[in-house]
Ligand binder design. Sequence first.
Ligand code: NAI
Length: 318
Amino acid sequence: MKIVVLDGYTLNPGDLSWDALNALGDCSFYDFTLPGQVVERAAGAEAVLTNKVSLTRSHLESLPDLRYIGVLATGFNMVDIQTARERNIPVSNVPAYGTASVSQMTFALLLELTQHIGHHARTVQDGLWAESLYFCYWDYPLIELAGLTMGIIGLGNIGQAVSRLARAFEMPVIAYTPRPKAGIAADINLVGLETVFQESDVVSLHCPLTPDTEKLVNADRLSLMKPSAFLINTSRGGLVNEPDLADALNSGGIAGAGLDVVSVEPPVPDNPLFTARNCIVTPHIAWATRAARARLMATVVENLKAYMAGKPQNVVNL
Ligand code: NAI
């Protein structure tokens, strides 16, 4: 079986092994693939694996041998799953591999906003503490999390893990999620979407990017937030209307934002969030601990084996 990995570099920049995948067929690995190279590289492949390379209707219609798409991630918004469904091609993703790492990153961003550790450590290296009259100083308001309300949008694996961390910080938790599943912790107060924006001190996004959730955070909803509130996004950049968020930050409509994702990645250099007030942006690293990537690799292999055995698993579109 011919297997093509369109953009394998970020999953395995060299610290993991492709051996288990190699054992399943005739594999071609590309570090990354431009949109115009997809058809040429995937031609004749039965299985195509992608992390962030888009597979559009036109790509799928030009790949008559394609029978299986493996997503090297949880979010699968880069695949036209409707067209894949029409063509009876299962699309398998990797759920849950990144739950611990992404929820940890959510708090890393939030704690950076409340303590500005990076900034203060740099001032010490620059000699400011040694020159100070006082035994301490701080350049930003320092904020205690205990008692602040955490508002979660999307109460799946990561949203629930974030709620557990929030409870450990003694934060009451409110959440919006459509069709809540049984087993959600009793101390999470389920509320409407607008209420999350109105009542939270921290709004944290953990829903997938879909046509329904695109630009879910916009000027109207930002205007509902407290001026002291923070927005955290470790999910997908497309959930946020970025010029609206930059305006809210620059005008003092909200106090700060911590973002691991932006709408276009790699970003355009003049993304307005890069210069917005109290906005911390990291380059989509929440998923990338070695532990999480190793789990991801193992499930990618299991997904492909399941397809080969005639019982595809983690299918998101059929
Ligand atoms: P999940 O599928 O377990 O949970 C998603 C939740 O969002 C579900 O409870 C679902 O009901 C809810 N949801 C669906 N539509 C919604 C809507 N319109 N409004 C509010 N909630 C809605 O997924 P998981 O594992 O928790 O991951 C969440 C997202 O995190 C992924 O879709 C992905 O985009 C992102 N992610 C980001 C990573 C990073 O490196 N920054 C790594 C892994 C995931």
